[in-house]
Design a protein around this ligand. Structure first.
Ligand code: SF4
Length: 216
């Protein structure tokens, strides 16, 4: 895999549907490939395909939208060595750079200006044994941790992780119900009953554009 080019699945401009910047216009750079296979994955089309692009070309194309917020996502973007150079270039040009990563790869080498959104995989994903736990010690207050929750077992497991790493005191924590699976009201009730200091994430882009997967 070259270290000055990236296999890019898509670059698009949309509304940020998740995390603490939900609702803001944002440019998305989706890289191809993932080493996990979460049961509820909604971006399976990013496992393959795409086109090789020089890192500088990717950064330039992202800048053409005139938006100052950009997210690098996947797939699992940290599997491509050239992503670190891309993140640094984006941080030079954009006011906000977000990285969405599966939590199975170390975030240690990511440019410190980048907001790292770490998806901790719950048991319902089938991939919870792949979580790279040293990442939890690298989180800073600007970072975010996301749990996609499919049922009560996932919820109880996620609460255990929160407590084990004292996550709410370290960064924003988002609990998102599996779309079309766990009813959001049920997850909201559990959060309120337990007085959990977490955000309920609703994947806004799926509510705005139901049934569309690419380009949103
Ligand atoms: S880590 Fe993300 S892209 Fe990879 S299988 Fe899981 S949900 Fe899909």
């Amino acid at each position: 895999m070259p270290d000055d080019a990236l296999l890019v699945n898509e670059i698009f401009y949309s509304i940020q549907g998740e995390g603490t910047r939900v609702g803001l216009p944002c440019v998305f750079i989706r890289l191809t490939g993932c080493n996990l296979r979460c049961r509820w994955c909604d971006t399976g089309y990013a496992f393959t395909g795409g086109q090789w692009m020089p890192v500088e070309h990717v950064a330039k194309q992202a800048a053409t939208y005139g938006c100052k917020l950009v997210e690098v996502t996947g797939g699992e973007p940290l599997l491509q060595p050239a992503v670190y150079g891309l993140l640094a270039r984006l941080a030079d040009r954009f006011d906000g750079v977000l990285l969405e990563t599966s939590g199975a790869v170390s975030i240690e080498r990511v440019d410190p200006r980048v907001v790292r959104i770490v998806d901790v995989k719950c048991p319902g994903s089938g991939e919870h044994e792949r979580n790279y736990w040293p990442n939890m010690d690298l989180l800073t207050p600007k970072d975010e941790v996301k749990f996609v929750i499919s049922d009560r077992t996932d919820y109880d497991w996620a609460v255990g992780v929160l407590r084990r790493f004292d996550l709410p005191s370290r960064c924003a924590v988002i609990f998102t119900p599996v779309f079309g699976g766990l009813p959001p009201a049920e997850l909201a009730d559990w959060i309120l009953q337990d007085r959990l200091p977490v955000r309920l994430g609703m994947q806004l882009h799926k509510l705005i554009w139901p049934g569309r997967d690419r380009g949103v």
